[in-house]
Design a protein around this ligand. Structure first.
Ligand SMILES: [Zn+2]
Ligand SMILES: [Zn+2]
Length: 143
């Protein structure tokens, strides 16, 4: 998702493009990793020393609600946020019975902690992810 997409999404949902929101988006674009609200606040406070953590918290909430940010929980009780990678690509549920495939509006990369990939200095360009199983119709077919 690029800045333009995010701005359009905010506008479509009746949100103004405030400098604070732009700054939050810029930080998340630059960092490309999961950040807590505190970490986002610290990074922004270099530019906006008067911005309160509450404001960051509220704005991050708005962006998460609009599906601009993915929220992840690494089990330490602190929510972390990362910009969704979605560029319109889709993943599928593939039925082993009838061969039908169904799109899912979900990308595992958005919820993954990509530290292990970054540590290898690997620049990800694309990926594939399919889930195989049996669709509802196949599961309920008379044998
Ligand atoms: Zn099927
Ligand atoms: Zn994906």
């Amino acid at each position: 998702m690029n800045v333009q997409d995010i701005i359009i999404k905010l506008r479509e949902n009746g949100y103004k493009i405030t400098p604070q929101r732009q700054e939050i988006i810029a930080v998340l674009m630059h960092e490309k990793k999961h950040l807590t609200v505190e970490e986002i606040h610290t990074l922004i406070s270099h530019h906006y020393p008067n911005l309160s953590p509450d404001t960051v918290y509220r704005n991050v909430g708005v962006l998460a609600q609009l599906n601009v940010l993915a929220r992840a929980d690494f089990g330490d009780g602190r929510a972390r946020y990362k910009l969704l990678e979605h560029d319109g690509h889709k993943h599928h549920l593939v039925c082993l019975g009838c061969g039908n495939s169904e799109e899912v509006d979900f990308c595992p990369l958005d919820y993954m902690d990509s530290r292990a990939i970054r540590d290898k200095k690997f620049d990800v360009k694309r990926h594939s992810f399919e889930i195989y199983g049996y669709c509802w119709a196949c599961r309920h077919k008379e044998v």
